[in-house]
Design a protein around this ligand. Sequence first.
Ligand SMILES: *Cc1c(COP(=O)(O)O)cnc(C)c1O
Length: 351
Amino acid sequence: MSYFRDNIEALEGYTPGFQPKQSDIIKLNTNENPFPPSPEVMKVLGEFSAEKLRRYPDPVGDDFRRAAAKVHGVKPENILCCNGGDDLLTMAFRAFCDENRPVAYPVPTYSLYPVLAKLQNCRTIEIPFDDEFNLPVKLTKTDAALTIVCNPNAPSGSFVSVGELASLADELSGVLLIDEAYVDFAEDNCTPLIKDFDNIIILRSLSKGYGLAGLRFGYAMAPEGLVAGLLKIKDSYNVDAVAIALATAAIKDRAYFNKTTDQVKQARDVLTDRLRDMKFTVPTSYANFVLAENRDCPAKEIYEELVQRNIYVRYFNLPGLENKLRITVGTSEQNEKLVSALEEILRDCIK
Ligand SMILES: *Cc1c(COP(=O)(O)O)cnc(C)c1O
């Protein structure tokens, strides 16, 4: 006998990437930004008033909605503030999915989706990507109430064109949630689509592009009708006063955002070349990580050897990802240390 509902009892739960306590390590396992948040953010944090902490926050975070709307060329009513992008995913599953309303998504992708589906007791329709991570055609043929496409996809870093996602939204009878947690490192995004479709929700996060994973702030961009519906679902005060103020400062500082994301993109492209030089297969990434596979040396062995050297990357051991490592793009210096370690490891591994 369990006190829990059957689906909760059976649930494994999401396994977050390891967060080591030591500071003398190179941490390339959870896709954090190697750069700190904007100095404007730290200024707002330093000057934060006790009075603002005494009072409840703005339930919808209008300061942030206005700032984000200006950046994206949409209306504040198109923005929904969330306690991290994951909060939006939870809301979407609660809003659209149940026993009779399945969710569909291409795999491999973000491993949180199936966990949220099980919490909601909803069926998952998982459609495999092909080897090139093209959008599976079958995705249009499901009866899903919610279809999720992570774009750029994790952990492949691959990117599906905006036109293809527009066609998909057009064919679906349910909602299309485009998880753009990594779009800050890509060359294009789906924001314009929310003006043309009534069934698209775009997820954004400040965890990756803005170096604010510790803050817990994300947002949705969607047509007003969908935002209004999701507002009914969210916790009354889902984003706190500190988060609203800091997120607003972060999104307003476009110069810092552009500079740091450009640097990560450049470092990513250098890292990709270096890995390919070492005979790793690396799909072109549009995110702040790369997925790397070496046919001659098992990923598990490389992973363990890297840990010995205080370098942490992500090894999933999941279907479709058996021999692959997901490596977050660090600073150029960190990436060089990783490359040197890999050269050493491969020398011993391939004898
Ligand atoms: C990081 C991430 C999110 C959202 O993360 P938050 O830290 O909750 O904002 C959503 N989807 C994917 C694929 C991610 O990697």
